[in-house]
Ligand binder design. Structure first.
Ligand SMILES: [Zn+2]
Ligand SMILES: [Zn+2]
Length: 398
């Protein structure tokens, strides 16, 4: 058996509960006779696992309700292993893995093979749909997401498709940071969608991915980075990470209020000499935040939408605010597989840009209180850590 952090639809319930439960689950095995897909999978011993905003959403039952339940129904079971950001050691490989995923280049020091340390994308794509076939697997028609619509990685051992794996070189990227390649990749994807050189950028939402975006925007040559958040602690960290300006925004009384925040927007206008930013990034989630982005962006500028909330929203006077002003709206989902991973690796490996150090020292606070022992998990201590720090990481196995 293996320990796993789980949600059970029958035993835990969604509506009146919260949290995940540590349970013993069967040790995953590769059994190609019973399950031919196992030929393409590996067994991982998970070392570190990042805790994501989406895990927090499931913990508090504010997100992914339908995705979790519909997928469980499809799989005819009630238990979901949570989590999707990981680094682990390959302990077993399916029979097709060496032929399909082992780089034959002898000069490549990191390979998908037994004993290797790997991270990997949390989106399991089909490989067969139109988007997958034309190299746009991040918008796969049939994608499943680890820890949400298929079993995830908050577990001592897991089975995962080899095609999702990205070999990690710990001489270049420390394992605690390799465990959060996935959300860093979201920020890389968002910050490589348009050219940041010389641009003024407003980042609405300075949570972990917004913080990564500050580091990347600066590295990619943005002239001015403005971070906006409801939490003064996050803004202090944003400053430390290199945001030129910060704006504290009032929290909306109701989460689904969509009206823009006049004060924050006029402050962005002041900081951009009345023009508005060239690029606004929505990394917070509430509908009001997308409207803040739209009206803070100059004519002809770009709005990069990443924050996810279910439900409808209103963009007032759409034709005047978006079309006539010539804005381009980009939806960012996941990471380009593996183009984004390659850029993330290079950005993190280059010690001179200070990004890896900043992620470790500032965002992960040098590991102080942010690296949690999986074996000592209690709902109370976990919840406390999750609310105290922008980013926490489980240490699962040595
Ligand atoms: Zn995540
Ligand atoms: Zn697909």
């Amino acid at each position: 058996m293996a320990k796993a952090l789980t949600y059970d639809e029958k035993k835990d319930g969604w509506e009146k509960s919260r949290g995940f439960v540590m349970r013993e689950v069967p040790m995953p095995v590769l059994d190609e006779k019973k399950n031919p897909d196992d030929a393409l999978a590996v067994i991982l011993k998970i070392k570190y696992a990042g805790v994501c905003g989406s895990d927090k959403g499931m913990w508090y039952r504010t997100a992914f309700r339908d995705m979790v339940h519909e997928s469980l129904k499809r799989e005819k079971k009630t238990l979901r292993i949570t989590g999707h950001e990981f680094v682990g050691e390959i302990v077993e490989v399916g029979s097709m893995v060496p032929r399909l995923y082992h780089d034959p280049d002898e000069k490549n020091p990191v390979k998908i093979e037994k004993g290797a340390l790997v991270s990997g994308d949390s989106h399991v794509t089909c490989g067969r749909c139109y988007q997958c076939r034309i190299g746009e697997a991040h918008v796969c028609l049939n994608e499943a997401i680890l820890g949400i619509s298929i079993d995830g990685i908050f577990a001592e051992h897991v089975k995962i498709p080899a095609k999702n794996l990205w070999a990690v070189d710990v001489r270049r990227v420390r394992p605690e940071i390799a465990a959060i390649y996935d959300p860093i990749g979201n920020a890389v994807h968002a910050c490589t969608t348009v050219d940041f050189r010389g641009q003024r950028v407003a980042i609405f939402g300075a949570g972990p991915i917004g913080m990564f975006a500050i580091l990347l925007a600066r590295n990619f040559g943005a002239a001015k980075v403005i971070a906006i958040d409801v939490n003064p602690n996050n803004l202090a960290m944003a400053k430390e990470l290199g945001a030129h300006e910060t704006i504290l925004i009032a929290k909306k009384k109701k989460q689904y209020e969509w009206q823009q925040d006049e004060e924050a927007v006029s402050r962005v206008m002041e900081l951009t000499y009345g023009k508005g930013v060239d690029i606004a990034m929505e990394m917070a989630g509430p509908p009001s935040s997308l409207n803040n982005c739209i009206v803070s962006t100059r004519r002809g500028g770009h709005v990069i939408a990443f924050g996810i909330k279910d439900g409808d929203m209103t963009i007032p006077n759409f034709s005047r605010t978006v079309i006539v002003r010539g804005l381009t709206l980009h939806g960012i989902i996941g990471r380009r597989i593996f183009g984004t991973w390659q850029i993330a690796q290079r950005v993190l490996s280059n010690k001179s840009n200070g990004i890896q150090d900043a992620v470790w020292n500032v965002i992960l606070k040098g590991g102080k209180g942010t690296i949690l022992d999986f074996k000592k998990f209690t709902p109370e201590s976990f919840e406390k850590s999750m609310n105290e720090h922008p980013k926490i990481v489980f240490k699962i196995n040595d």
